[in-house]
Design a protein. Sequence first.
Length: 264
Amino acid sequence: MHDIHNHILAGLDDGCKSFGASMEMVRIAENDGIRTIIATPHYIPGCHTNPSVQIIRTMVEELNDSIKKQSLSVDVLSGMEVFISPELSEMYESGAILTLNDSRYILIELPINNMPVYLDDVMFKLQVCGLVPVIAHPERNYVLRRNPEKMIEMANRGILFQINSGSLNGFFGEQVRSFTFDLLSLGLVHIIASDAHSNHLRRPELKQAYEIIQTNGRSISEKIMENSNKIICNKEIISEHINIKYKKKTNFNLLYLLNTIMEK
């Protein structure tokens, strides 16, 4: 398994706090069957504490050196979780931000409680740059939970969605868990990642999430797992065109899948 969203680098954000904790996260990941981790510290445009590209690459190299010395079977790669901003395409072109393992895929974080009016424009400009936006944990966004038709619209434009493993087991609450299963049914889950922040509560574990997904079908689980590998190898992910009708659930405005999901 491959984990493409992980805050394993110590002291760069609200994730791991020490190098020792980073190594413990590696051990937890290895025991869970994870063989590759992309380190994705937060990058918030305009924040003076943002890590530089060089600092991330150096810390990843140091962590991999320690992993090899301890004969652990995990490889750590460089990346970022970049908070949405109108200037993202310019920041990418200037070399200020990292994609996932230097691939075409860029991990984008949205606000939890709202939706920026410039979202569509930013996504379009990133795609013009040859990038594929991957939206981190959309199931936790209040606006998308109430308007999942927006996710269908984005997916049909080639934007991918990464769901947190903890969203499937109820870590983020019942509303998030229920909505995540709706997204699975709709074909709107492209990647599963841990979004691990420590070796305690939010741990780098994926096995249980994939086991839960298998209840919706083994082929779905295998496809989602393969998508993570494609990101790491910079291979194309063929997203599905979603052609559905929808109706509103009382109180939640969720979608029901009424007809088929058709391949592009």
